[in-house]
Write a protein that binds this ligand. Structure first.
Ligand code: SF4
Ligand code: SF4
Length: 117
């Protein structure tokens, strides 16, 4: 059995070696610019749903409108109206699956499906 201290090979480089996904950096300034939030309130411009590999699918027939999915979604992507589930906001849903995990209905009213299938 692997000891708890064992570090996977791809993560074993020390910080000073500056490895980033196989590329060697001399310092942090060489880090390629990714998605930077430069202006307060601009996060809405980044439709993070495009990163998603899985999407939650809602089954209205099984839903009890307990709204645990709304409560637990870290992205605020569960739309609710008059105390009832309405839809997911797929523009920002990252497909983390927390809503499906937390849905308390025995046969789950949320199912995660692979994107594009
Ligand atoms: S999959 Fe994650 S981000 Fe998307 S609605 Fe569910 S909890 Fe929110
Ligand atoms: S957690 Fe499940 S049962 Fe509750 S509102 Fe969301 S989908 Fe419906």
């Amino acid at each position: 059995m692997e000891s708890p201290q064992a570090v996977p090979e791809h993560r074993s480089a020390s910080r000073s070696e500056g490895h980033l996904c196989g590329a060697k950096l001399k310092n942090a300034k060489e880090m390629p610019i990714g998605s930077a939030i430069t202006t307060p309130g601009s996060a809405a411009e980044y439709k993070t749903g495009s990163w998603r590999n899985y999407r939650p699918i809602h089954d209205k027939a099984k839903c009890t409108n307990c709204l645990f999915c709304w409560l637990y979604c870290p992205e605020g992507c569960v739309k609710v109206k008059d105390g009832k589930f309405v839809e997911f906001d797929y523009d920002y849903c990252k497909g983390c699956g927390i809503c499906a995990e937390e849905c308390p209905v025995k046969e789950k009213a949320i199912k995660m499906v692979e994107e594009g299938k």
